[in-house]
Ligand binder design. Structure first.
Ligand code: PXL
Length: 279
């Protein structure tokens, strides 16, 4: 059985970060270690939230893993709240990275052309530096634009996306997969560049006419879970696109739905089945 460690916050309510990564990656049949970086009552898109910083724990926990020879098949990072956390996570990657350990970074910090509360352009540049250590990064176009310091645009063609992906890999990441890409109003999906083979890959499924918070975390977690089950990065991304769509459809069908997050829970049986189909 594979074991991974995921480093991100716990937002108690709101279906993001660890409350999404832990169930999804566990459902893939992968031991999911967690390193919580902070505890918030909800994520920061709510009008009010508490915040308990756990930065002081990161190094101690990571060192103790090393002392106990606890190793990982992947390190997966998501929302990180400060420059210091980026620095500590970078050191953690240096400490635990081996040939068999994949580093997957979701630079969760922005969407729809805007940085989340509390982040700055300088933070995006520091996140870009961390991304240089990854085997795979999974940004949306907003995060990519902030990391590359280019204007955000919703008007793009395939050549533009390929150019952005090449620039993302020039940060040092081996592979970059952009999420939320659409060239056709009825289709939504992901576009990958693998700098180790100089090759592109894309996969699209139905585009629903809604925008829900939290789909990025679901997508990244589902990708990592599939990779750990032996899917190639390309195959894992197709699983993640299909599963995220299923979550969105279930959310749309629930008339009693409450704000924030998508129904990833009732789509877990679909994910587990979908994991059996390799590209
Ligand atoms: O979904 C990304 C995310 C994770 N964690 C926290 C957030 C957000 C997005 O707003 O605020 C605390």
């Amino acid at each position: 059985m594979k074991r991974i460690i995921t480093v991100q916050d716990i937002s108690c309510v709101g279906r993001c970060s660890l409350t999404v990564a832990l169930p999804i990656i566990s459902a893939a049949g992968v031991e999911t270690g967690v390193l919580p970086t902070a505890v918030l009552s909800t994520h920061t898109a709510f009008p009010k939230f508490t915040f308990c910083d756990l930065t002081g724990e990161i190094e101690k926990i990571s060192e103790t893993f090393s002392e106990l020879d606890i190793d990982f098949d992947a390190i997966y990072t998501g929302y990180l709240g400060s420059f210091r956390q980026l620095e500590l996570v970078s050191q953690m990657i240096d400490r635990h990275k081996t040939d068999k350990c994949a580093v997957v970074i979701d630079p969760a910090m922005a969407d729809n052309g805007k940085l989340y509360k509390g982040f700055t352009k300088d933070f995006a540049r520091a996140m870009a530096e961390l991304c240089g250590k990854a085997d795979l990064i999974i940004p949306n176009l907003t995060e990519a634009a902030f990391m590359l310091d280019i204007p955000y645009t919703e008007e793009y063609d395939e050549e533009y996306i390929k150019d952005v992906l090449r620039k993302l890999c020039a940060l040092g990441a081996k592979r970059a997969a952009l999420t939320g890409i659409s060239f056709d109003p009825t289709k939504l999906g992901t576009y990958l560049y693998d700098s180790t083979t100089d090759s592109f890959f894309s996969y699209f499924n139905e585009k629903m006419d809604v925008a829900y918070h939290g789909t990025g975390d679901i997508f990244a977690s589902a990708t990592l879970g599939a990779m750990m089950r032996g899917h190639s990065v390309e195959s894992a991304l197709t699983v993640a696109v299909d599963y995220t769509l299923e979550c969105i459809k279930l959310t749309m069908a629930d008339e009693d739905r409450r704000t924030y997050g998508v129904n990833f829970e009732e789509a877990l049986p679909y994910y587990i089945e979908r994991l059996k189909k390799y590209l």
